[in-house]
Design a binder for this molecule. Sequence first.
Ligand SMILES: [Zn+2]
Length: 472
Amino acid sequence: MLKMFSSLPRICATLALAIGCQQITLSAATPDQAAASLAQTALTNSGAMEILASLTTEIGPRLAGSAAEKRAAGWAVERFKKYGFDKVWTETFPLPHGWARGVEQAEITSPAPQPLTVTALGGSVATPLQGIEAEIALFKTYDELLAMPSNSLAGKIAVVTQPMIRAQDGAGYGALNKMRTAGPAEAARRGAVAYLLRSLGTDTHRVPHTGGTHYAADAPPIPAAALSVPDAEQLDRLVALGKPVRISLKLTPHDLGPITSQNVIAEIKGREKPDEIVLLGAHLDSWDLGTGAIDDGAGVAIVMAATKMIRDLPVPPRRTIRVVLFGSEEPGVIGGKAYAEVHQAELSHYVITAEPDLGQGPVYRFQTGVANPDEPTLQRIRATLLPLGVLPGDNSSHGESDVGPLAMQHVPAVTLELDATDYFDLHHTPDDTFDKVKPERINQSTAAYVAFTYLAAELAGDYRQPATAPAK
Ligand SMILES: [Zn+2]
């Protein structure tokens, strides 16, 4: 308690000449109250919707390494400068394989000719220009494919139709992710000439979900695409009738070769501990089919809106707040890995990191990944988040996507878990558009972020020292 109130005179002294000081001191006697007040404001109008509308409308889809992704970076730089951030800069990094989508067509040629709805996986190679026509080998689970001996699929198109489970924490995606990222390489190892999977999605629309895939050095790269859920179920029924099923597939994506991408970085300098950094991330790139509203435009809007609210306070918090809008997350966290490498020498200054990359929210749980989950300022953060509907979680956070490489190098991380129950209905599809985002959901997420970020920067807790460590 003593610590809580001891910060007050200093804030007021600094605020003595600032317009609005009186209001702030009346409505926010403690940092906890200031955070709660910021969160209340965010619940009704965080500014996140305006940011998201601008990004998804004025820029649109933002494929990794594309001219549109570069325009998005310029858009972000301009916004952060307009918001009055103390420092705004861009860091360029190489992207080994730029990729652009082409034609994507598939049809059943026998025994019941009809079209199929597919989309190429990001990074897929093209089919020959005339396409590939072959018998399929259909597996109801990914493990069934993995159980096949080498060369057993020679000349066939491998198809995996395992459904994804809907879950609030998005665990259904994690459980099946390898079916997309490693499936083509596993099918190629067994002799397949192409690979189709049931989309990693929880909707039943005739809309396929794209997403990145990775080839292996010991297997030839084969064309790979996702079927919409109804098309995958159509194939399940047709194969169950017992006749061989043949499919023709035509994909014409291009490998653009080595190009560049970039991370955009912006800072609010801490008033007392400028070298201590609270780092928030989100990723600016998106897949090309939709406009990347929920993945990860929502995350960009949440961190930009939350930090703009803190920037607008008459006095900044004690610690520096750094926002990193990463480039090229979708092809494999390329921007996140590049950032962790370039900033290696300063990682010990990062006091905590967080990233929203699972849609619009709301935030329903606060997970930590720290040395001392019972540290008193974390308890105060939990107490401030609870009235927003955010439950305390456990200490198993490893940081989301782009900040994962930082967490792997022992930067303390938290996850303000976004409710992902309906996220995978839209994820990586043409339906990932602005109209799907609801103000009350993204505002609540921004409220949780602004409260957490303000308190982490203002209370200056140490999340690296185990509570049981001997006193220095
Ligand atoms: Zn994402």
